[in-house]
Design a binder for this molecule. Structure first.
Ligand SMILES: [Zn+2]
Length: 176
């Protein structure tokens, strides 16, 4: 393995953002989302801060609730960007009491729960399950509009096949 390298950073400015800064890893790159009004000095200060935070988070908290929220932020940025606050959950957490489903979403309080049974699956499957629930914040039912949103994720079909395979092998339920 190579030693520690400074990652390539891509800064994205957003007019929608007021004060919040967030960051996520995308392959070799780190994407940092900042408000459009930030000065260059603020930008560089926040990039350093977010890189340190990301490194700490990755070292300490693999697949924790914080990591799940960072994952949600990245998925919203990539696939649900036009929906603004409507796509942003109030809470995202891993739960162990959800044997009937892979994930669930309560649009009324904007909370999302993901079953711990998904925790050991590949990243691209976790992303699908999470994006599915995020899309329910925008469209609660499984109608054509909903599936069009989920279909923005390139591996949606493959992930559904993966989950169906796991369900068939373990008598677990089909993805909801
Ligand atoms: Zn669903």
């Amino acid at each position: 393995m190579a030693g520690t390298r400074k990652p390539v950073v891509e800064v994205r400015r957003s007019q929608r953002r007021r004060r919040t800064v967030s960051a996520y890893r995308d392959g070799e790159r780190v994407v940092v989302l900042i408000p459009d009004q930030f000065s260059r000095a603020e930008e560089s200060e926040w990039v350093d801060r977010m890189l340190a935070r990301l490194a700490a988070r990755e070292g300490r908290l693999a697949r924790s609730d914080d990591e799940l929220l960072a994952r949600a932020t990245r998925l919203i940025d990539l696939y649900l960007d036009g929906y603004g606050a409507r796509a942003v959950p109030a809470s995202v957490r891993w739960v162990t009491n959800q044997n009937g489903r892979w994930g669930s979403c309560t649009p009324a309080d904007r909370s999302i729960r993901i079953s711990h049974r998904v925790q050991d699956m590949p990243d691209w499957v976790i992303d699908y399950v999470l994006l599915h629930e995020l899309a329910h914040l925008i469209v609660p039912s499984h109608n054509a509009r909903f599936w069009a949103l989920v279909g923005r994720y390139p591996k949606a079909e493959r992930a559904r096949g993966y989950l169906e395979g796991v369900a068939a092998a373990s008598c677990a339920p089909l993805p909801t």
